[in-house]
Ligand binder design. Structure first.
Ligand code: ATP
Ligand code: MG
Length: 141
């Protein structure tokens, strides 16, 4: 059960907690796969060169930093279990797409992310994923 776990991170404290929880679950359940996903903001298609390439590079640099932070929290897992994926957002759609493609059995996310409206229980991406996912979703707060 829950042999293929997806965890989504945006660099926020909530998402790092989600990463830690997902890693603990993966270890406890001897998961076959822990897929760490980060989606970067879509790049406006009207950007011409050289701005387009510069924007892509900046997004990828930031994405790498987010992934590195999460990897530190995740710690050791058996070889081949941990997979990382960086793709273009919007985040909820990207997460749902990856979950579908890789037949994830559990999606782990933070309740909130980097957004500023902290009064809400769920951010828009976690809410969208809960609404549309075809597998269980664990919301970490
Ligand atoms: P909003 O973005 O709606 O203003 P928020 O930032 O507080 O609000 P969400 O973006 O829904 O809330 O974040 C909730 C969780 O969704 C995060 O903890 C993380 O697990 C996941 N998430 C959000 N953005 C991304 C992203 N760009 N890539 C991967 N996962 C993300
Ligand atoms: Mg957000």
């Amino acid at each position: 059960m829950y042999s293929r776990i997806l965890v989504a991170v945006d660099g926020s404290e909530h998402s790092l907690k989600a990463a830690q929880t997902a890693a603990e679950l993966a270890r406890l359940l001897h998961a076959r796969e822990l897929r760490l996903v980060h989606a970067y903001d879509p790049i406006p298609s009207f950007l011409g060169e050289p701005n387009l390439q510069a924007a892509i590079n900046a997004r990828l640099d930031e994405a790498q930093q987010v992934i590195q932070k999460a990897l530190q929290v995740i710690g050791e897992l058996p070889e081949g279990v941990l997979r990382t994926e960086i793709l273009e957002g919007p985040a909820a759609e990207a997460i749902l797409r990856v979950a579908e493609t890789h037949q994830s059995e559990l999606i782990v996310m933070g309740s909130r992310g980097l957004g500023r409206f902290t009064g809400l229980l769920l951010g828009s991406h976690s809410q969208r994923v809960v609404q549309h996912a075809t597998c269980p979703v664990l919301i970490v707060r």
